[in-house]
Design a protein. Structure first.
Lengths: 232, 307
């Protein structure tokens, strides 16, 4: 479904990615692990077209989306939950969702309902400014905003960063549910337990390259890889 | 004449200036707030608005009201189109870099000014107001026999000036509703808050910028069309509105529309009042001094958020 091939990208003169390869299939969770600064967030941004690509390609269902202007990519069915949430903090919860609904190719009213059913706590706070939500609620909104696009592919960048265990569990449950609905999920995650429990594949990123990709059944035998890349 | 009636007249004059400054400054503030572009050519969009208004009014010329109404509609659209073109040709090619766009808009300022000088000429040209009834202003006097309504001699305004004040209020209110209640307004506010995330959710930021730049210029042009029956069109008339708009934007708080409007009213009022009692130059000096004071004691502006 989503295929990143030999991706080279960076910011201006700063090269960050040097030949990165990832493949995510329908209904699959693919984790991206790597040390701080390895280029995980940059990878997700490059897929969204937010970082200039020097060479290589990103394909979605066989269509080369890396040659589209960035603003057309979400409508192809890719939703981003960025690191640090990046909500439109002065807009209300409802307005944040409306932004998410703009590019979705689906019945907006329906999708709005579905997303709020997934996160009932947001329904009570629709008119509140996003920036005044608690950390957990903000993360819910970041997920909800991306789901408003009704994405085929979801990119999540450390969604559990700084959350309490019950909130982590909620996010995990949402990921599993989406996976079962057939969404392809690319997840950047640094917590080994979280990775092990949801991932179908794990790619390790080092110096802007994917060094190794493991399937779920290999996780136990290759625990040393996790310790090496996650520093645990 | 007594001081009271005189002050009242000065306040009315000030309100006219305030109305025009607020409109113009709101345009500058939108462009700065959303695009982070300091548009030094903003005053020239004001000037172009007045010149286009003169041109439309004189070429229609059946009845002043008809020409003026046409100018009120066409001039902002024409100036907005010029601005959108400048955005495509210049600003977007500079990637909206904050520093380079300052230099580029200084360039645009001279291009517009000289092009106007070459075509429109160096003369100031009047536009006839659509209506211009002289309205005497009543004053209440306290005398031994109680309160007396009097009509002090020479104390008058015109219906057109009242119209300018009213029109500016309506335009600003309409803009507010547009920003807060419409889909495009939401897109503009989201773009202002986080350009990258806006793109990640499918907002074509460059197109939004073109529209915002056009809208900012159109607001300046509207201010100019409103004032040109009082002030005359001239190719150098963009200087004062640029200065006063900058002052309003800085005092109000960068990017804060309510702050800009509040500051526009304060600046316009004090400009009107000080000009009536003392001199226009003193008014500009005091306004600039006010900027310095605000920058020292409240750097984020009156209604701006502390960083
Ligand atoms: N806007 C930017 N301009 C220049 N360099 C950047 C920019 N954003 C990130 N970088 C650099 O790119 C490299 C990769 O950053 P990236 O955010 O992708 O890392 P990451 O793997 O997500 O790290 P973390 O685990 O800390 O989130 C870093 O060296 C970083 O300094
Ligand atoms: Mg990161």
């Amino acid at each position: 479904m989503l295929e990143v091939s030999d991706l080279h990208a960076g910011y201006g003169n700063v090269r960050v990615l040097f030949g990165l390869n990832i493949k995510v299939n329908r209904g699959e969770v693919h984790c991206l692990c790597g040390r701080n600064g390895a280029g995980k967030s940059t990878t997700l941004k490059a897929i969204m077209g937010l970082v200039p690509i020097q060479s290589g390609s990103v394909e979605l269902d066989g269509e080369k989306i890396s040659s589209l202007p960035a603003y057309r990519i979400p409508a192809r069915g890719i939703g981003l939950i960025p690191q640090g949430r990046r909500l439109f903090s002065e807009l209300s919860v409802e307005e944040n969702l409306q932004i998410g609904l703009m590019s979705g190719q689906h019945d907006a009213v329906d999708q709005h309902e579905r997303v709020l059913n997934l996160f009932p706590r947001l329904r009570e706070r629709l008119s509140q400014a996003a920036g005044t939500l608690s950390g957990g609620e903000q993360q819910m909104l970041a997920v909800a905003r991306a789901l408003c696009l009704n994405p085929k592919v979801l990119l999540l960048d450390e969604p559990t960063e700084g959350l309490q265990p019950s909130m982590v569990e909620l996010i995990r449950a949402a990921i599993i549910r989406l996976k079962n609905e057939g969404v392809a999920i690319l997840l950047v995650e640094q917590r080994i337990d979280a990775v092990m429990s949801v991932a179908d594949h794990v790619s390790f990123v080092e110096h802007g390259q994917t060094s190794t990709t493991l399937a779920a059944n290999e996780f136990e035998n290759r625990r040393e890889m996790f310790s090496r890349y996650l520093g645990v | 004449m007594d001081f009271g009636p005189h002050l009242f007249l000065a306040i009315l004059e000030g309100a006219v200036t305030a109305a025009v400054i607020s409109l113009t400054a709101v345009g500058l503030s939108l462009v700065f707030g959303i695009m982070r572009v300091v548009n030094v050519a903003h005053g020239e969009f004001f000037m172009l608005g007045a010149v286009v208004a003169w041109w439309i009014a004189t070429s229609i010329g059946i009845h002043p009201a008809l020409g003026f109404t046409a100018a009120l509609i066409i001039a902002p659209i024409a100036v907005g189109a010029i601005a959108a073109l400048s955005d495509r040709l210049v600003l977007s090619r500079l990637e909206y870099d904050p520093e380079r766009t300052i230099v580029a808009t200084i360039g645009l300022l001279y291009v517009f000014q000289q092009a106007t000088l070459m075509t429109f000429g160096p003369d100031a040209r009047p536009v006839e107001p659509p209506f211009n009834h002289r309205l005497a202003i009543p004053w209440i006097e306290i005398s031994e026999s109680g309160l007396n309504l009097t009509w002090p001699w020479g104390l008058a305004t015109t219906s057109y000036k009242l119209f300018v004040i009213g029109a500016a209020c309506i335009i600003v209110a309409a803009l507010w509703v547009f920003l807060q209640r419409t889909r495009f307004g939401l897109i503009m506010r989201a773009t202002q808050l986080d350009r990258e995330m806006a793109t990640a959710f499918g907002i074509p930021v460059r197109r939004v910028y073109s529209v915002v730049f056009a809208l900012g210029a159109a607001l300046a042009a509207l201010g100019a069309v409103l004032i040109v029956p009082v002030q005359q069109a001239h190719y150098l008339m963009g200087g004062d509105p640029l200065l006063l708009s900058f002052i309003a934007v800085i005092i109000g708080g960068l990017g804060s529309l309510p702050g800009t409007i509040l500051a526009g009213v304060i600046i316009g009022m004090s400009d009107g009042i000080i000009s009536v009692f003392f001199s226009p130059t003193l008014a500009k000096i005091l306004a600039t001094l006010l900027v310095a004071l605000v920058l020292i004691f409240r750097p984020q502006g009156l209604l701006g958020r502390a960083p």
